[in-house]
Design a protein around this ligand. Structure first.
Ligand code: NAD
Length: 491
């Protein structure tokens, strides 16, 4: 369906829960509505799961667990690989669907299809590389075998900002490792996951291996699943506040957890940086997904010697950005996800201005239907401003000047978050010092975007636990078993 219309596409998206290989309504018949943030209009009405649906989904995942774990790794990998191929054929549909339910510009939605698809391909390859060790114990009296086994049924909870990639980044490694799952997408953007599961079904997914719950009552539905002793793992991507609650709930059942939480990325530009590259990287790190990314640069920490020039260049670029519905040609800035997001961005900007920052462009909600905020640049942000502490999650670029390297590192690390940092310098030794000193799980060194399915994505401090992607990603869904056997040569 290369030239599918919006209405045709939405008709093809399932509107029910997916449990044990069947599309079913919510047991109590409840529904929820999904909106286009660019127009405010309802685009689809779908099933709204309750507690009983949640437990039915867990039942299905538990029932399917042993057979899926016993399925040859090559066969598990081929389900993922076929799904990757199908996704390439349907890239137009998935890109349009994400733009409709989440608002991101279509060009970026295609980028997410490419990125999200790579997790299916990468983990189709990793499924056959689950290995162990065999060795002699130091005393020489026995043999030590170390083997890897699927953790067991998993609950996967995803956010609204990358509706496809956040789902594939969890589903693909879980399936490759031999785990069955219940996935609960965000209430604001559930359609992409429903459509993805339809695709996985075509790719050969057996019944019960992936189960989908769409719900407006996430805490009520996930609570009993997390408390159920049959669940063995919780993988969550979302805000730190919700992640902290889920870690507490998981403690009761001593669950394995992966937590991909909030960020407050520093973007450091040193006086010796290639400024053209730094500006290009800054625009990508800030305005991708209209700033609604956990990896979005939140604080531009720029050496005083180049701060004015950097500010002038980013402001020139930003004033040329087209704001509009993500489906329109040339749009760079789509809507924010909802009214609250617009209000939050504006409150942070007004607070910073009130404390002495300078507005270089933007600074207001856009006066049109939908939830739009002007692309904004502010400079001279003062210590103590809320924008330095909180995730902006909007198209606001805020510049803080610094004097020397010590100063830059101190400002960069002055946050409870630690997901990603960006550093622009042409001094190799300085770049290496930053790798060692910046407290983040990832770094872009003269790069404004770091995400890659082949790399371990994740944070330190309040940005989370565990890694997704790379060779590390599958281990989040495997547990290690050690077995000791006697020396086979002993009499
Ligand atoms: P959120 O925490 O509000 O919601 C995330 C998911 O959790 C949604 O599916 C939501 O329905 C569900 N949820 C909310 N409350 C819950 C509860 N009490 N119990 C169980 N489930 C609950 O986050 P969001 O607004 O959807 O996403 C934005 C946040 O996600 C930002 O903080 C962003 O930085 C973070 N994020 C992190 C990464 C990462 O990889 N580190 C990636 C994307 C987004």
């Amino acid at each position: 369906m290369a030239h599918v219309t919006e209405a045709e596409l939405l008709q093809h998206v399932p509107n029910e829960l997916y449990i044990n290989g069947e599309w079913v309504p919510a047991i109590d018949g409840k529904t929820l509505t999904v909106h286009d943030p660019a127009t405010g209009k309802v685009i689809k009405t779908i099933a709204d799961a309750g507690v009983a649906d949640g437990l039915a989904a867990l039942d299905a995942a538990v029932a399917a667990q042993d057979a899926w774990a016993a399925t040859p790794p090559r066969v598990r990998g081929e389900v993922l690989r076929r799904s990757f191929e199908l996704l390439q054929e349907r890239k137009h549909e998935f890109a349009l669907l994400m733009t409709l339910e989440m608002g991101k510009p279509l060009a970026e939605a295609y980028g997410e299809v490419a990125y999200g698809g790579e997790f299916l391909r990468w983990f189709s390859e990793e499924a056959v590389r689950i290995t162990g060790r065999y060795g002699t114990n130091p005393e020489g009296t026995g043999r030590m075998i170390v083997s890897q086994h699927p953790v067991g049924p998993c609950l996967l909870i995803t956010p609204w900002n990358f509706p496809l990639a956040m789902a594939t980044r969890k589903i693909a490694p879980a399936l490759a490792a031999g785990c069955t799952v219940v996935i609960k997408p965000a209430e604001l953007t559930p359609l992409t996951t429903l459509y993805l599961v339809k695709l996985l079904e075509e790719g050969g997914l057996p019944a019960g291996v992936v189960n989908v719950l769409t719900t407006s009552t996430s805490a009520d539905v996930s609570g009993p699943i997390i408390a159920d002793k049959r669940l063995r793992k919780l993988s969550f991507t979302g805000s730190t506040a919700v992640g902290q609650k889920l870690i507490q709930q998981s403690a009761q059942n001593v669950l394995r957890t992966s937590m991909e939480l909030g960020g407050n990325a520093p973007f450091l530009v040193f006086g010796d940086a290639d400024l053209d590259r730094a500006v290009e990287g800054a625009l990508a790190a800030k305005f991708r997904n209209v700033g609604q990314a956990c990896t979005a640069a939140n604080r531009f920490i720029v050496q005083a010697s180049v701060a004015d020039e950097f500010a002038r260049r980013v402001t020139d670029a930003v004033t040329g950005f087209t704001v509009g519905r993500g489906t329109e040609a040339g749009v760079k800035i789509g809507p924010l996800i909802n009214e609250d997001a617009v209000a939050k961005a504006d409150t942070l900007v007004q607070d910073a201005l009130g404390r002495g920052a300078t507005l270089l462009t933007g600074g207001h909600a856009v006066d049109r239907v939908g939830t739009f905020y002007e692309p904004t640049v502010i400079s001279g942000v003062q210590p103590g401003s809320d924008i330095l502490r909180e995730e902006i999650f909007g198209p606001v670029l805020s510049i803080i000047p610094f004097d020397d390297e010590e100063d830059a590192v101190r400002i960069a690390n002055d946050t409870e978050f630690g997901l990603v940092s960006y550093v622009y310098t042409q001094d190799l030794a300085r770049g290496q010092r930053m790798i060692e000193r910046l407290q983040t799980g990832m770094m872009g060194l003269n790069m404004g975007v770091v995400s890659n399915a082949a790399a371990p994505f994740g944070g330190v401090k309040h940005s989370g636990l565990g890694r997704e992607g790379g060779t590390e990603g599958i281990h989040e869904y495997l547990s290690t078993k050690y077995t000791l056997t006697p020396d086979p040569f002993a009499a």
